[in-house]
Design a protein around this ligand. Structure first.
Ligand code: GRF
Length: 212
């Protein structure tokens, strides 16, 4: 990844959060910034494709700039163009998908090269797609966790920034496992943003590694 495509050197790195639901990962990122655990980063805008997303209400309550572009019934390309325009107008450096339940168009991904992150509640490449925690539980894995990765054109596929793993307990059900994975997600996302913003990591093929 060339430095020209990365967010390195942009201080503060301006985040655009995309969410569709409760927004707990967004709230964890906001708390990390507020409490000084994630520095030289700021949230420029929070955007939802769902008008009544709980995370949007929280974002408004916290005083962030917010925007809604309802995606239901719209062509993907047209909807994504509106979102991209909004992100650009807020001078967003890094797009963070935080429970954004919508596939992105190739044009959108190309507009933010290596500058879109996603969090997924499994140790990828295992269990991409919906209900990853349930998939993992039903499969009977003994280790579960979460992955923060760059977004490319394939589902839950781009280069991995970091992963956090937990044991699956004998006493777990799918819900308790998902709840414990979520705790790890809230740590992982801020740490991944810090790594990307730091500029001291680079992509070697699919491997995201600290520059020597
Ligand atoms: C998380 O489990 C995340 O990994 C997945 O969607 C969920 C969003 O949760 N992509 P929240 O809206 O951040 O609480």
């Amino acid at each position: 990844m060339s430095l020209g495509e990365s967010v390195a050197g942009r201080k503060p790195v301006r985040l655009g959060i995309l969410l569709s639901g409760r927004g707990s990962n967004f709230q964890a990122i906001a708390a990390s910034i507020r409490e000084g655990r994630l520095t030289e980063v700021e949230i420029a805008v929070v955007i939802s494709n769902v008008a009544d997303a709980a995370g949007l209400t929280v974002a408004q309550g916290l005083g962030f700039s917010t925007a809604v572009f309802v995606s239901r019934g719209r062509k993907r390309g047209e909807h994504d163009a509106d979102v991209a325009q909004c992100l650009k107008s807020h001078r967003v450096d890094l797009v963070c998908l935080a429970g954004y339940m919508r596939l992105l168009s190739p044009e959108f991904i190309a507009a933010f090269p290596n500058r879109i992150l996603n969090i997924h509640p499994s140790i990828l490449p295992a269990f991409p797609g919906l209900d990853a925690q349930h998939q993992a539980f039903d499969y009977g894995v003994k280790i579960a966790g979460c992955t923060v990765h760059f977004v490319d054109e394939d589902l839950d596929h781009g280069a991995i920034i970091l992963q956090r793993a937990i044991p699956v307990l004998e006493t777990d059900d799918a819900q308790t496992l998902a709840a414990r994975i979520l705790v790890e997600e809230h740590i992982a996302y801020s740490e991944a943003i810090a790594r990307v913003a730091s500029g001291v990591y680079e992509l070697r093929g699919r491997r995201y590694v600290r520059r020597s």
